[in-house]
Design a protein around this ligand. Structure first.
Ligand SMILES: CC(=O)[C@@H](O)[C@H](O)COP(=O)(O)O
Ligand SMILES: NCC(=O)COP(=O)(O)O
Length: 245
């Protein structure tokens, strides 16, 4: 059984910085610590409202990362221009609503195929691997295949936010079923959103998953235990989950 990779999302290092308008903590420094601790990649979400990650962070990280960048952004001309200038290894297209606290749902690929297809083609022409952040939904998976994106990231928020065991079990089963279906369609399947130290193992155990992108829980744990330990502990749990331990 193959291993599972960890993409560390450092958005909320930047949230802490933006809270006071200081120049610390620096996401560039945090990324280096996370990579040293075993992160397989670094994920950043440059939101249109710049509530956390700033353009400066993105351009510096593009020069300093030792692993690879997964650049999350909305499907807008501004963001696609930045992505095509930076040429990160991955771009993950995500939905954005100004008023949302965090990403609330997956990208509606099926409802805007022509727009997404054009964005995928533009990014792919720059040699960028394109991922679509979607719900665990067959219609969205089929639309992803149609528009030519080679990767998906399954939105695990419904699983992570479940308030009772039965709902959590139902959502996990849905992720398992859709991960297997998407893999069968030839897609590389990642997952993320809301994963933490007490819910990650069951998701990491899903054999078709290639990478988990995890941020908020790691940064929260880092406030108590330090970032290096927070990353190492998350990676350990993921590998235990993948081994069925
Ligand atoms: C798409 C996703 O679930 C996250 O990667 C995203 O970055 C969440 O948005 P915030 O980081 O602003 O909470
Ligand atoms: N795409 C999910 C991600 O990068 C991290 O989401 P979260 O762990 O901060 O909820």
């Amino acid at each position: 059984m193959s291993g599972i990779l960890l993409g560390v999302n450092i958005d909320h290092i930047a949230t802490l910085r933006q809270a006071r308008g200081t120049n610390y903590p620096d996401p560039v420094h945090a990324a280096a610590v996370a990579e040293h601790a075993g992160a397989d990649g670094i994920t950043i979400h440059l939101r249109e409202d710049r509530r956390h990650i700033q353009d400066r962070d993105v351009y510096l990280l593009a020069k300093t990362l030792k692993t690879r960048m997964n650049f999350e952004c909305a499907v807008t001309d501004e963001m696609l221009d930045i992505a095509c200038e930076l040429k990160p290894t991955y771009v993950c297209l995500v939905p954005e609503k100004r008023q949302e606290l965090t990403t609330e749902g997956g990208l509606d690929v099926a409802g805007q195929k022509d727009k997404i297809k054009a964005a995928v083609a533009r990014l792919a022409a720059e040699g960028i691997k394109v991922s679509l952040f979607i719900d665990a939904d067959k219609t969205q998976i089929d639309a992803t295949v149609e528009v030519g994106a080679p990767y998906i990231e399954i939105h695990t928020g419904c699983y992570a936010d479940a308030t009772d065991d039965a709902t959590q079990a139902k959502e996990l089963e849905r992720i398992k079923t859709m991960a297997a279906y998407a893999h069968g369609q030839g897609l590389v399947v990642n997952a993320g959103h809301g994963l933490h130290y007490h819910n990650v193992k069951a998701v990491a155990a899903i054999p078709e998953l290639y990478e988990l992108n995890i941020g908020h829980a790691i940064v929260a744990r880092a406030a108590i235990d330090g970032l290096e330990k927070a990353v190492r502990d998350m990676k350990t749990l993921m590998l235990e989950g993948r081994r069925g331990e």
